[in-house]
Write a protein that binds this ligand. Structure first.
Ligand code: SAH
Length: 485
């Protein structure tokens, strides 16, 4: 029930056969044609061809009329019928029927898989998913060292500690809750997502039930009428604490007491409930106004032996089981002896820095998001950490200032967003000359780009460890150790 990317198939709740999969829209690319030439059927053409490989986001590659085209849900080696349509330089290709299935193909365990784009790899066996992600990282890291075998998840489901559910009315004016369809604001009703914490879906379903039996209306984006837009649920996997954020279109919550009481009676495990008011018309889930309706307004969870307070808006890794493996590896790569000055850049709520502080002389954290910095400072107090300082600002600018002031850092750990770091940051690292740089990344493509810069400026990549933080999706995390040459 996340607000993740989804496609437009709206045939809910039914198992789909392999012919009603969505279009993959891909720009045309050069290449030699393979397979049969398309037979013309109106504006669309059906072509039989064989898949030659994977794109980096897990789609199958086919060659059509000299163009390399990506097809969702197709596996390398599979012979299939593809429905092709062209518009200008764009080619859309959709899997119509698999003729020779790969041994790696499995029946997706989720009944919504082909309607919801949140997961992209459920049609592959777990081994194949592992293989695919390993290859993505191996390919990108060819200029450096051979990456270690990917750290996989023993039970690659139920892992997300955060979920979003959107509410609305269907054409029969019945209340529905689920996901937005891809590139649209049409809601796909979903009762259970296999990668969510199961408790969060139970709570979202209860809220749907309360909406159905009360006069409260879900918000309608077109008319601007109604009240409840989304529900955001965060679960502390270790603490068992649960936060429910009701995202509404206005602060006037009629029947608030009864709603909160009914929800708490049904789920005594909920530890805090908040009202967030979102009057925006873009796709942001949360608005600025927030009011605590029950409990303390935050939840606490334990990660690598430390306690972290998590607020509605701050970033917290969504797969804590794999995060412990990732952070464990990052700390190992930092080779701390208790004396080092460590920079934790793009530090979020301070998780990596605070975990490192136990083995470092001093930690300096920098983060752009004000709320996250406040959480980081609170988290250092909560864990009695006295050798960490957190600053709000752009990591690049902060590092430039550090370098200009001639400050010293022994280890720099960075964990930037998908877009990666920037030249201001990386050039300052080269000036500060830390002995080691540990680069944690949720996008190995930008990680490889940035590491190339660091290799040209005094560093050598020594070790790369991929981690599967997001099973069933094409995303892959990677942590790398760089040492000063
Ligand atoms: N290390 C943290 C957070 C990683 S997510 C953890 O593991 O939980 C990346 C973080 O970078 C986010 O918190 C985001 O707010 C922050 N960020 C994005 N751009 C930034 C910038 N230019 N300077 C500093 N922080 C930035």
């Amino acid at each position: 029930m996340n607000k993740r990317k989804n496609n437009k198939n709206r045939n809910q709740g039914k198992k789909r056969n392999r012919t009603d999969k969505p279009y993959g829209k891909q720009p045309a690319a050069k290449g030699k044609p393979k397979g049969k030439r398309p037979s013309n059927k109106g504006s669309q053409q059906t072509v039989t061809t064989t898949c030659s490989g994977f794109t980096s986001d897990g789609k199958g590659i086919v060659q059509l009329d000299g163009q390399e085209v990506a097809v969702e849900h197709l596996l390398p080696g599979e012979k299939a019928e593809i429905l092709v349509s062209k518009s200008g330089k764009f080619v859309n290709a959709k899997l119509k029927r698999v003729i020779d299935a790969s041994k790696d193909r499995v029946e997706p365990p989720c009944v919504y898989y082909y309607a919801c784009g949140g997961c992209q790899l459920q049609h592959m066996s777990n081994d194949k998913q592992e293989d695919f992600k390993q290859n993505v990282v191996d390919e990108l890291m060819k200029p450096f060292v051979k990456p270690e075998p990917i750290m996989t998840m023993e039970h690659p489901y139920d892992y997300r500690n955060k979920s979003h559910t959107t509410f609305g009315l269907n054409q029969k004016r019945q209340v529905i809750g689920g996901l937005y369809a891809q590139h649209s604001h049409e809601i796909i009703p979903i009762d259970k997502c296999l990668i969510h914490d199961p408790k969060s879906d139970e709570i979202a379903n209860t809220i749907k039930g309360i909406l159905k039996s009360s006069k409260m209306q879900p918000y309608n984006e077109d008319t601007g009428q109604g009240f409840l837009r989304h529900v955001l649920i965060k679960v502390g996997k270790v603490s068992g604490e649960i936060m429910v954020v009701l995202v509404a279109a206005s602060p006037e919550f009629k029947g608030k007491k009864k709603f909160v009481q009914t929800l708490r009676n049904a789920h005594p495990e909920i530890t805090t409930i908040l009202l967030n008011v979102n009057t925006r018309s873009d796709s942001m889930v949360l608005g600025d106004q927030e009011k605590v309706l029950f409990g303390k307004g935050t939840i606490t969870d334990t990660l690598c032996g430390l306690k972290f307070e998590i607020s509605a808006k701050s970033f917290y890794q969504i797969n804590p089981v794999q995060t412990e493996k990732l952070y464990g590896k990052a700390i190992e790569m930092a080779e701390l002896t208790g004396k080092e000055t460590v920079v934790d850049a793009y530090c979020g709520i301070g998780t990596i820095g605070l975990i490192a502080s136990r083995r470092a002389g001093k930690v300096i954290g920098v983060e752009l998001n004000k709320d996250a910095v406040k959480d980081a400072i609170r988290n250092s107090k909560r864990n009695d950490v006295t050798n960490a300082r957190f600053y709000q600002g752009d990591a690049g600018e902060f590092m430039v200032q550090m370098a200009n002031r001639g400050e010293k850092a022994d280890v720099v750990i960075l964990d930037p967003p998908r877009s990666g770091s920037d030249e201001a940051f990386l050039s300052s690292v080269a000036k500060l000359k830390p002995k080691r740089v540990v680069y944690v990344s949720c996008n190995p493509e930008t990680q490889a780009r940035d590491m190339k810069y660091l290799e040209k400026n005094g560093y050598k990549v020594e070790e790369i460890q991929p981690v599967d933080m997001f099973p069933q999706t094409f995303h892959v995390e990677s942590v790398a150790k760089l040492v000063r040459k």
